[in-house]
Design a protein around this ligand. Structure first.
Ligand code: LMR
Length: 335
């Protein structure tokens, strides 16, 4: 608890120092937006970042320039969030688990089987509660600008998996989520948090037996060449919050900020369209490999996974906020 308070106090201090110096950098020459992400350029997020750069440099020619660092070239997501707070980066789009140390509320997206599909997720994100989450980290210097999709996470392992009991004794790479950790603990499996960029080597070296991820990340990083058995558990959705340094964003001239917001809205539509398209197209490309197996779960089989994981909701209800959880359940049910 003390450690968390100290981290929060430290971040607020850094933000206050940074806010007082923000704007200086923008005073000579075009404003520079450095945008970091960890995936390949041919994924929905990778395409979105490039489209953001193209539209920005066209419509705000001479006023704003965008530099993109894809594939963890410069930062992992954890480092990128800190870099935003420190003023070494202006924008990023990390997946939800990466924000765990900044807000407990975003863990809502880690809860297994809360959202059955991406449409359920959108219903929640578009609700007042979902929109409210965009400003949930402002006190720590992060402004949420929108949500970008990837897709539902599928499970990959070194053997065919149909029943959760088969996970026993295996090790899985997870994003830095305590909920994901708890999920594997329930199955007597080991969960090892690590940055996305370490996943291929961890598979190659046998540090982990498997992982969960979305089809576009699997295909673009050729992860199916490293573990070829997939199970459509789809307990959670992999999506992103596009975030900016609050000091930077608030310090922008309002006409520029307004144009950037319009661009982000346009890019969001395209990213989400592409995510939907790639979820099935990249899955097909992975399955075209003759060594790959896909285990589809019947409704009864999925229920076994779901029943085993549902108690996690109660464990995290207070931390996430029961009102928020209620809003998400309602949005998904009404969808
Ligand atoms: C992961 O760490 O597996 C993902 O968050 C990577 C990404 O950004 O899609």
């Amino acid at each position: 608890m003390m450690k968390k308070l100290a981290l929060a106090a430290c971040l607020v201090f850094i933000w206050v120092v940074f806010i007082s110096s923000a704007g200086i950098a923008a005073s000579d020459g075009p404003i520079l937006i450095r945008f970091s992400h960890v995936v390949s350029e041919n994924t929905p997020k990778g395409v979105g970042a490039k489209m953001f750069k193209e539209l920005t440099e066209k419509r705000l020619k001479g006023k704003v320039e965008v530099e993109i660092y894809p594939s963890s070239q410069k930062y992992t997501d954890g480092q990128a969030i800190l870099a935003l707070v420190f003023g070494d980066l202006e924008m990023a789009a990390p997946s939800f688990p990466k924000f765990r140390q900044y807000t407990k509320a975003l863990q809502i997206f880690d809860l297994p089987f809360l959202f059955q599909n991406v449409d359920d997720v959108h219903a929640f994100q578009n609700s007042a509660a979902g929109q409210g989450l965009l400003s949930s980290m402002e006190g720590l210097g992060l402004t949420g600008l929108g949500y970008w999709d990837n897709g539902m996470r599928v499970l990959s392992a070194n053997k065919m998996i149909r029943h959760p009991d088969q996970l026993k004794g295996l090790a899985f790479r997870i994003e830095s989520s305590l909920i994901f950790q708890e999920q594997y603990r329930r199955f007597d499996a080991l969960a090892i948090p690590m940055p996305f960029k370490r996943l291929p080597d961890a598979l190659r070296e046998g540090v982990v037996d498997g992982y969960e991820n979305a089809w576009s990340n699997i295909f673009s990083k050729k992860l199916h060449k490293l573990r070829n058995h997939f199970t459509e558990v789809e307990a959670t959705y992999l999506g992103y919050m596009v975030v900016a340094s609050k000091a930077f964003w608030d310090g922008l001239p309002s006409d520029i900020r307004g144009e950037l917001e319009r661009i982000i809205d346009e890019v969001t539509v395209e990213v989400n369209r592409l995510a939907k398209e790639k979820e099935s197209a990249d899955k097909k490309l992975v399955l075209a490999d003759k060594d790959v197996t896909l285990t589809k779960l019947s409704a009864e089989e999925k229920k076994i996974w779901k029943d085993a994981m549902l108690p996690i909701w109660d464990q995290y209800r207070d931390e996430i906020g029961s009102e928020l959880l209620g809003a998400a359940e309602k949005a998904a049910a009404e969808n």
